[in-house]
Ligand binder design. Structure first.
Ligand SMILES: [Zn+2]
Length: 281
């Protein structure tokens, strides 16, 4: 387990130890990098700790050896429910309603339940609405952990009902360690839609030749950091949207040979937002 994941997980467990862990949680972070998807790993370890027969309030860590822990780790625990929201059947409003109805019965092993909704942003508006009441007033001993790569695609009504935790991959940490000089200031200007900063940032990236992929990765990691640090929910969602558009632009630049100056200005300048939609959808 890398340091970053370890630190976030122990912060979550501290919240659990102080009996302040809410029942609705939202884990935001990038998709799998190689074999590892940190937020998914964290959700599984937290589920272990919530269902473990040896864990207590004073010692919230999962023991990883009891039957409950082993069943969760192997993905066979009947009270550990995984929903893949990219799967149309699993994520349909009918399935979500059925799931909620099932949750009103006693859990199989009597220690509660953990429901993980992977790629929660892919749920339909109707499915999100069906979930709202449960997220607001969760059933006793039932925990919902929503996972998303794209905070901006989740309805604010869902986001505001969950406690948010952010995950970055080791790659993000690495990129942030090699930030080129002046790039933070330009990006902050671009985030606040300062036209001059956008032009300078785009020119800088456009003119970098061999190291353009590295520079794009740095800016992407920095955008992710700014999203995590954002104070208000609205700001978090705004930067999350920029981040998603930036990732699309990165794809078009590297895979489709799009003009980097044009593609990146479209991400940051609102007046060109329509162009961005046209470009990236
Ligand atoms: Zn255990």
């Amino acid at each position: 387990m890398n340091e970053n994941l370890k630190n976030t997980l122990s912060a979550i467990l501290e919240t659990k130890a102080s009996a302040k862990l809410p029942h609705s949680l939202l884990f935001v972070g990038p998709g799998a990098v190689g074999e590892v998807e940190e937020k998914r790993e964290a959700a599984k370890l937290l589920a272990c700790s919530l269902l473990c027969s040896a864990a207590t309030l004073d010692k919230p860590e999962a023991c990883a050896v009891c039957t409950e822990c082993l069943l969760v780790l192997n993905g066979n625990h009947p009270d550990f429910i995984n929903v893949d929201c990219t799967d149309k059947d699993q994520a349909s409003v009918k399935s979500i309603r059925e799931l909620l109805a099932r949750l009103s019965y006693r859990s199989f092993h009597g220690r509660g339940r953990v429901v993980i909704l992977r790629s929660a942003h892919d749920l339909s508006a109707a499915a999100h609405n069906a979930l709202l009441k449960t997220l607001e007033e969760p059933l006793p001993n039932t925990y919902f952990i929503l996972l998303t790569e794209n905070l901006s695609k989740l309805p604010i009504t869902v986001v505001s009902r969950c406690q948010r935790w952010f995950f970055s991959s080791a790659e993000v940490q690495e990129n942030l360690a090699t930030l080129p000089e002046g790039i933070e200031m330009l990006l902050d200007g671009a985030i606040s839609r300062d036209e001059q900063a956008v032009i300078e940032l785009c020119t800088k990236i456009h003119k970098s030749k061999e190291d353009q992929p590295e520079l794009l990765a740095c800016v992407r990691s920095l955008l992710r950091k700014r999203m995590i640090e954002a104070v208000s929910l609205e700001e978090q969602q705004y930067i999350s949207k920029l981040l998603q558009d930036f990732i699309s632009a990165e794809y078009f630049i590297s895979e489709r040979n799009s003009n980097s100056h044009y593609a990146l200005s479209a991400v940051f300048l609102s007046s060109e937002r329509e162009l961005a939609t046209e470009l990236f959808v």
